[in-house]
Design a protein around this ligand. Structure first.
Ligand code: NAD
Ligand code: LMR
Ligand code: MG
Length: 525
């Protein structure tokens, strides 16, 4: 289901950009001249400048004489890309992916018009390179890969200066901003300033899938230090070498940045991305009514997961009202897992109406210490509404293991947002064969690939051919060996956030409501 959405989103974006040129900047007034234009990826056309433009813009003599058309440049790039694929055959995946990222990144740095054209046309092949999973590898190696800056960098050392710094950004208008503090990059933990790769990849998806003007996007890294000892000791590390700010000190820096952003661009939309759980929820509550913003890991993920949960009900041949009877086990009680449960609970009350039934009885939530019950000491307030009471879970104790929970509950859905690769092990997957569903769903949503709760092949092998499988990072379809194919869906918030941003922008909305995300989830489903 999600795949088709991606295809149609990309296709409609392509159509739109051909008709209206919203995705690719059309002719515009350029205040630069000569070499400055060739070094500006927004305006550079490389050898594509026609002679008249070369004269007008002071480019004559700065380029080889032959004019190469855009189509020809495009073909030449794709040829180099394909020969890179051929030449790296047999090399480790990480080497091949990074080589592909480098060639795309070089084009991004040189000529954005051509970059976005090839990205839009080849989104299925290139999304895993400029976005998850390769972007994770890029973030891990960012300080070594760094050649040119992209986006803006604010640090704890800039306190008191952010209002003037924001005016250093060259574009007068900015529509979409993605900001991270690098504290929880995918399932890879605290990567400090190296997390900037995530806002860059997310905004590429805004351009490719929603047609946002690439000159109006801005990736931002807010560097408040890192608690990653390895990075603090790395001589190439490009961020602040200090432990993360905490408490009021941290919040005052984020406050200052948000004020600066919205003073300069009052109509901008800000997406918070990959903030560790405590700050993800806190900043969402703090800013959502004051500024036009949302948290993608909490809300975008929830929308995409809900689309999958509703789609699963349909795949079982049941009416949507049956959603209230689905037993759903969520593994991971972080920003993403709790975000999914909050939205699923809202969907249940809408589907069920006000029946007075206990709202969360169908949900089971586990974290690193097992099943969360009301007996849990120091329970996180965000997890508390989903903690099981003693009467609800006969035979299951506080901290019960995932295997125990699956065996006892026989869930319709097993959904992982734990960040831990392989927690859906063989035993757990085999236990899903006893699910009460005719088509049990297994969503291994953690990223990148290594952190997925299980592989697609293992899911089909152990849980059976009848499952609905989805993963956060892409897996290939599985050959089941009997002429049948195990179909792999991708459940990643990339299928939702571009639409949320575009819809908010077009509507001129000042607030991104839960209802907007619910509507997006139901539409996608
Ligand atoms: N597919 C998507 O669109 C999508 C969206 C958001 C997040 N994610 C992924 O979800 C993962 C978690 O993100 P988050 O922001 O919620 O992180 P988080 O750090 O806030 O939460 C992780 C949770 O997993 C729990 N956990 C750790 N080990 C566990 C184990 N062995 N068994 C059960 N639970 C365990 C932790 O206790 C915590 O509750 C990351 O890998 C991220 O990439 C995917
Ligand atoms: O970045 C992604 O691929 C999805 C999600 O936002 C994540 O944090 O894993
Ligand atoms: Mg994220």
């Amino acid at each position: 289901m999600w795949r088709n959405i991606a295809r149609s989103a990309a296709a409609s974006c392509l159509r739109r950009s051909r008709r209206f040129s919203t995705a690719i900047p059309g002719p515009c007034i350029v205040h630069k001249r000569g070499a400055d234009i060739l070094h500006d990826p927004w305006f550079n056309k490389d050898t594509g400048f026609p002679l008249t433009e070369r004269d007008r813009l002071g480019l004559r003599g700065l380029l080889p004489p032959r004019v190469i058309s855009f189509e020809h440049q495009y073909a030449r790039f794709m040829e180099s890309y394909r020969s890179l694929e051929k030449n790296t055959l047999g090399q480790p995946d990480s080497v091949v992916s990074l080589a592909k990222w480098r060639i795309l990144n070089r084009l991004h740095d040189r000529n954005e018009t051509l970059y976005y054209r090839v990205l839009i046309d080849n989104i299925k092949d290139f999304a895993p390179i400029i976005y998850t999973p390769t972007v994770g590898l890029v973030c891990q190696n960012y300080s070594g890969l760094f050649r040119r800056p992209r986006g803006m960098y604010f640090s704890a050392k800039d306190k008191g200066e952010m209002m003037s710094m924001i005016y250093n950004w060259p574009a007068h208008q900015v529509d979409m901003i993605v900001i991270t503090d690098g504290s929880r990059i995918l399932g890879l933990g605290d990567l400090g300033v190296q997390g900037i790769g995530i806002p860059i990849g997310k905004l590429d998806m805004y351009v490719a899938a929603a047609g946002i003007n690439p000159q109006r996007i801005l990736p931002i890294m807010l560097d408040v230090g890192t608690n990653n000892q390895r990075l603090l000791e790395d001589r190439l590390y490009l961020g602040l070498r200090q432990p993360r700010l905490e408490g009021e000190e941290y919040l005052s820096v984020v406050d200052e940045l948000m004020e600066a952003i919205f003073t300069r661009w009052p109509k901008a939309i800000v997406q918070f991305e990959d903030f560790q759980m405590k700050w993800a929820f806190e900043t969402l509550q703090r800013y959502r009514k004051k500024f036009c913003m949302f948290n993608d890991d909490i809300q975008g993920t929830a929308g995409v997961a809900l689309a999958g949960l509703l789609g699963t009900v349909r795949a079982q041949g049941r009416p949507l009202t049956d959603f209230v009877n689905q037993k759903i086990v969520v593994v991971g009680a972080g920003s993403a897992g709790i975000g999914v449960l909050n939205m699923a609970a809202q969907a249940v009350s809408r589907v069920a109406g006000n029946t007075g039934a206990s709202p969360n009885h169908q949900f089971y939530l586990l974290d690193k210490d097992g099943l969360i019950t009301k007996e849990r000491k120091n329970i996180d307030p965000a997890a508390a509404p989903f903690a099981k009471g003693p009467g609800e879970i006969e035979g299951l104790r506080e901290g019960a293991s995932l295997l125990e929970v699956v065996k006892k509950v026989k869930p319709h859905v097993l959904l992982g947002l734990s960040g831990v690769g392989g927690v859906f092990n063989e035993e757990v997957l085999k236990a899903m064969r006893e699910s009460d569903s005719t088509k049990p769903a297994i969503f291994a949503m953690s990223n990148p690939t290594m952190n997925a709760e299980c592989t697609a092949a293992d899911a089909f092998k152990h849980a059976g051919e009848n499952i609905v499988f989805a993963s956060g990072s892409p897996f290939a379809n599985v050959d089941l060996g009997n002429g049948k194919v195990g179909h792999v869906n991708q459940a990643n918030n990339m299928y939702l956030f571009p639409g949320i941003g575009l819809g908010t922008l077009l509507a001129g909305a000042h607030f991104i409501s839960d209802g907007m995300l619910q509507a997006a989830a139901e539409w996608y489903e």
